[in-house]
Design a protein around this ligand. Structure first.
Ligand SMILES: [Zn+2]
Ligand SMILES: [Zn+2]
Length: 155
């Protein structure tokens, strides 16, 4: 799965080739990255575009897509795929899983318990090492769960 992702990135990547390592932070890339860092609610590319436009009215959707792709390829941003919906973007580089609420569709970052090593959480084959974690859980978030109980409560 990881190698497939790399292939996709390579296939769609810029002609420049080895740009992955020393990423040049252009004004636009910095802006898109700042937008992601400022509000960590896992926005879609369109949402990132709308937020970016408020700060740089000349920026285009294509540029935002481009920046997101470059930042993802450089490993600064994670792409989160929620079913068939548009990809969301996450600047949290710590190993974490994503919890997707099926009711309000918010995406929560889920950290490992007590700084556990990610290798210790799964029954990995002997000698395997995890470089990248892409775990998505679906369920009902605390807010929606509480709201549900209120509605369905005795009354
Ligand atoms: Zn929810
Ligand atoms: Zn995240």
């Amino acid at each position: 799965m990881v190698s497939k992702l790399r292939q996709d990135i390579a296939a769609k990547g810029e002609s420049g080739g080895g740009a992955l390592g020393g990423l040049r932070m252009t004004k636009q890339r910095k802006l898109v990255y700042d937008v992601l860092l400022d509000e960590r609610d896992h926005p879609t590319a369109t949402e990132v575009y709308m937020r970016s436009k408020q700060r740089m009215s000349s920026i285009s959707l294509a540029t935002v897509y481009n920046c997101l792709e470059t930042l993802s390829a450089a490993g600064l941003v994670k792409q989160v795929n929620v079913g068939r919906d548009a990809s969301r973007y996450c600047p949290n580089l710590a190993q974490h899983a994503h919890f997707i609420c099926v009711k309000c569709e918010q995406v929560l970052d889920i950290d490992l318990k007590n700084d556990k090593e990610v290798e210790s959480v799964w029954e990995l084959p002997e000698g395997a090492r995890i470089d990248q974690l892409e775990v998505a859980m679906k369920g009902v978030c605390p807010d929606c769960n509480a709201a549900e109980k209120e509605v369905g409560g005795n009354g």
